[in-house]
Design a protein around this ligand. Sequence first.
Ligand code: BG6
Length: 506
Amino acid sequence: MNKPDSHLFVIFGASGDLTKRKLVPAIYSLYVQNLLPDNFALLGVSRSIFSDTAFREKMKSALHEFKVINDLTKVEQFLQKIFYEAVDSTKAEDFGILKNKLKKLREKFKIEGNTIFYLSTPPNLYSVIPKNLAIHGLNTQKDGWTRLIIEKPFGYDYNSAQKLESELIESWEDEKIFRIDHYLGKETVQNLLVTRFSNGIFEPLWNRNYIHHVEVTSAESIGIEERGVYYESTGALRDMIQNHLLQIVGLIAMEPPSSLEPSAIRNEILKVLQSLRSIKKEDVGKVSIRGQYLASKIKGEPVLGYRDEKEVDPNSTVETYAALKFYIDNWRWGGIPFYIRSGKRLPTSVNEVVIHFNKTPHFLFSKDGEVNSCNQLVLRIQPDEGILLKFGMKIPGTGFEVQNVNMDFHYSDLSVDRIPSAYERLLYDSMKGDSTLFARIEEVMAAWKFLMPVLNAWENDKKIPLFGYSAGTWGPEHADELIEGENMSWRYPCKNLADDGVYCEL
Ligand code: BG6
């Protein structure tokens, strides 16, 4: 991999959690791997007042806390590239101060025009900051490129996303805007493409003739932590399904792209999102389940219910669990149900896709009316990253007793030291100007369009229940009823890829 062009990297929202948890650790990792340009500086911007030294100290402790430090000398060298400026992003006049600071940094580090602005702020600033940058002419550079990275959520619903986009494009050209969905930066999510398109054995089976249904799960054992304000305006459907999970569905369901060009891959994902069958208002209650976690004990420790969390309305109807059943109306997938679910305070943190293949047309080995279970291919995104195939084998001995066995591959078996973080990959790509793993506006809009009937019905139709579920369980029991078919249910994954079951070790 080669180094990106010299540039300034500016983070708005620099005093926030994402900056210390993900962004600065990722940029530091790039530095350690010699993947930052020689002429580079990082400027943190937010309303709080810090000196450069105080901000560097804060970042240094974050590197310690998140265990990315492996060389103290390197850390000290890296910190010398970090600077800070207090700016009130809502005030256009403050951007004059920012402009001066950028000019000084350019001179000091001999960086010409290239600049990346990363918006890691509350979403209500996503149109304000780009506009204020443009007022001061910071949206274009005479001697180089300018890019704008925007965190999710892009809008609150279809209309607000459209409004945000039209405000952005007043002063920013589309190719300068990088809409980040950090799931696309995960190695294992990219591996969905490689698994499908570098192996001859999967593709012939990857369609309605051989697949019974597809399941996508994103479970988290944590609650909403300190993010009450954010979560009250999002909920599971907007926070996880509108972006991360539907992008995964795109990769699972897309047609082979003609090349690895950004537009070739993104076009195919877009086609999938545009083929999602729209859900009728009257069907929302049948194909969706929402839930909210209730106070409970996990491993003997009491945990709060969602409504008791900090900065959450005690009568909140925001869902912390969402499950959906839907179809993709195209030739490959016509009639095959997709089930996706995401929830907080579930028994374990797991992300995976399960491809359930059809049963054999005639099962020779049934015993006492027992039916054969179908083959499953589990594509594990995290943790215990890997792939698992489940199939029937003869139990040694007389007769033909069949047992389901596992064939598994774990990333940890590869002799790579570490899997790079999603942000590492995406920040590097943005520095190189590669937008393959960033969401295109049409994808964002297609995802909102698909979810709008559900969001509207959940908000307006009081007959659609919001189920309570005890923290530490697998969400509302009714979610099992979504999955139709004899002996069919969600897979209940464990931390270890090869284990499953409601009672397995978590
Ligand atoms: C974020 C959501 O986008 O993804 C969070 O806002 C969620 O609510 C997080 O916890 C999950 O990311 P990861 O990488 O830990 O699976």
